[in-house]
Design a protein around this ligand. Structure first.
Ligand SMILES: [Zn+2]
Length: 207
């Protein structure tokens, strides 16, 4: 293992594969894993431990393989849906650590909920994974800056490719707000040469 290696905890690997299974079925996941030459995970997802051994290379490879399997547009749609599906499994694993389910949190105003929620999600990644996230609020927007990003790890692309993060954040905002839909998009991406991957959130809901 080189000093340059970064990891998610194995249970996050499990969450991603479980989210994929919800979207494409278990045969679909098998096909993606085969195409990615990640046969070791076929019908054998990582166990639910917090050891950090699900590599950024693997996370990135799963994303690029979705594009290979479903085409660039199709792969993007699938990755968004996988991100949304992952939220629920992530909440099951990490929800109690976030402190967002308590009565006091439910009484906060929507803007405060979004601010507190995105910060506490960022802390979770910073504390429990090698992913680095910084939340910035500027000019009526919330920016989720992924400064070390597993989704596009060592990729080169002409457009942002961290769609799973967009789906995950969309679903987390839906949950935080009790069922509202927000405009969430990736505006910069390390894969296209930017300094970080930025997910821009418009905190005014569509509905
Ligand atoms: Zn990225």
């Amino acid at each position: 293992m080189s000093a340059e290696s970064f990891f998610y905890p194995r249970k996050m690997g499990r969450i991603i594969l479980t989210g994929m299974e919800e979207v494409m079925g278990s045969h679909g996941v098998d096909a993606v894993l085969r195409l990615a030459a990640l046969e070791q995970y076929i019908q054998n997802y990582p166990p639910a431990g917090s050891e950090r051994d699900f590599s950024f290379e693997t996370v990135s490879l799963l994303q690029s393989t979705l594009e290979q399997q479903f085409g660039p547009r199709g792969g993007r749609g699938v990755a968004l849906r996988v991100g949304r599906a992952c939220f629920k499994y992530g909440l099951k694993e990490y929800g109690s650590m976030l402190g967002l389910t308590e009565v006091a949190f439910r009484l906060l105003s929507l803007p405060t909920k979004l601010r507190t929620g995105t910060k506490s999600f960022a802390e979770l990644f910073n504390k429990h994974t090698d992913q680095k996230v910084r939340v910035e609020e500027k000019e009526d927007r919330i920016y989720w800056h992924i400064e070390r990003c597993p989704l596009c790890w060592e990729r080169k692309a002409d457009e942002p490719v961290c769609h799973l993060a967009v789906g995950l954040i969309q679903e987390s905002l839906y949950w935080l707000s009790g069922g509202k839909v927000f405009d969430v998009k990736e505006t910069t991406c390390i894969a296209q040469g930017d300094a970080d991957c930025t997910i821009e959130i418009d905190p005014t809901p569509f509905s």
